[in-house]
Write a protein that binds this ligand. Structure first.
Ligand code: HMG
Ligand code: MG
Length: 308
């Protein structure tokens, strides 16, 4: 068994992290969060989503966020788009990478985007065509890959099927969402075994929420299967408004700490990331959820601060 030498992380904090926050967050805070993540070395930062503001009011300032972020060279700023309307708005706002999203669970898909899985794929067809025309790269997200809040267990073959259909439609890669964080390492590997029979591991991205504290273990299990791309959220922010009780994504700093310990290159400055976790958590009026951020911050106040 050999683990990947290098891992690429997208920070989804500004989108997945903030979309579930009840309090209105200033656009300036979102823009600064994105800038801080770029300065910490993140090369891929999910900036916002172009969904209905009636469904997710927090993302209603998407155009302004895209207009105000300073785009660093070599950094990409993907956004989520559920349909052509969202795609067109994202394109006009300067997005170069978008994500479409569906699920391996019919019930969850209905709650999240108000249509069946088949209908969602039909809605993506014009998005894929427009994306091809404009040279925009599309990632396909599949939610509920390790469990659904409405249906419980999900068949790995259902995950494989939706993933393969998204690839056939032209998605560059597939984000595998453990939306409610119920997965465990054995289940993660069984799911990946099914999906990799249809889609190569190089095109799969782990997007694991940490609701049950399993996300890091699931990432390790995925590394063992050869996966080298993951989504994570600074400070462990996040949750899905249509998955009751679901908490944040795995914290980016927890992932980076583990990768550093494994000697896996990731290009992220852990100290700057912890600073960012502390800063955004203060903006939201609570301590960072992540164990690594709390440990590093506690160590700093004891005078033996930086972790390098
Ligand atoms: P709908 O009500 O079925 O849509 O919602 P519709 O086409 O009938 O349109 C209804 C209204 O919405 C119309 O406006 C449209 O113009 C408007 P009205 O005439 O009533 O004034 N509309 C839009 N407005 C702005 N942007 C758009 C858009 N589309 C329609 N793109 C829809 C369908 C998909 C729009 C809605 O269900 C929606 O916005 N859902 C988004 C839900 C969401 O953002 N969920 C969280 C993100 S996914 C996630 O977190 C999971 C992930 O992290 C992976 C994981 O963890 O598993 C990715
Ligand atoms: Mg998510």
């Amino acid at each position: 068994m050999s683990l990947p030498r290098r891992v690429h992380i997208m920070d989804v904090g500004p989108r997945d992290g903030l979309q579930n926050e009840k309090q209105v967050i200033d656009t300036a805070v979102k823009v600064e969060l994105i800038a801080r993540l770029g300065a910490a070395g993140l090369k891929r930062i999910e900036a916002t989503s172009f969904v209905s503001p009636k469904w997710v009011p927090q993302m209603g300032d998407n155009v302004e966020v895209m207009a105000r972020i300073e785009r660093l060279p070599g950094v990409i700023y993907p956004v989520l788009t559920p349909n052509l309307k969202g795609f067109e708005a994202a394109l006009a706002a300067g997005a170069t990478h978008v994500g479409v999203f569906t699920a391996a669970s019919e019930s969850f898909n209905r709650k999240n985007i108000n249509c069946s899985i088949d209908e969602s794929l039909t809605r993506f067809e014009p998005v894929m065509a427009a994306a091809r025309e404009h040279g925009i790269e599309v990632r396909g997200y599949v939610s509920c890959v390790l469990g659904c809040p409405y249906e419980g267990a999900i068949d790995p073959e259902a995950v494989a099927d939706v993933s393969a259909r998204l690839i056939d439609m032209g998605c560059a890669d597939i984000g595998l969402g453990d939306t409610i964080g119920t997965g465990t390492p054995g289940k993660t590997q069984a799911m990946l075994a099914a999906v990799t029979r249809r889609v190569p591991i190089e095109r799969l991205v782990g997007h694991y929420h940490d609701t049950y504290g399993q996300a890091l273990a699931n990432i390790y299990a995925s590394l063992e299967m050869g996966m080298s791309r993951f989504d994570a959220s600074v400070g462990g922010l996040g949750g899905c408004p249509y998955a009751k009780g679901a908490t944040g994504n795995v914290a980016t700093e927890d992932v980076v700490y583990m990768l550093n310990g494994l000697g896996i290159e990731n290009g992220i400055d852990l100290d700057a990331l912890v600073d960012t976790a502390a800063w955004i958590s203060a903006q939201l009026g609570r301590p960072p959820a992540s164990r690594v951020a709390r440990a590093v911050l506690a160590k700093r106040t004891q005078g033996d601060g930086h972790v390098g």
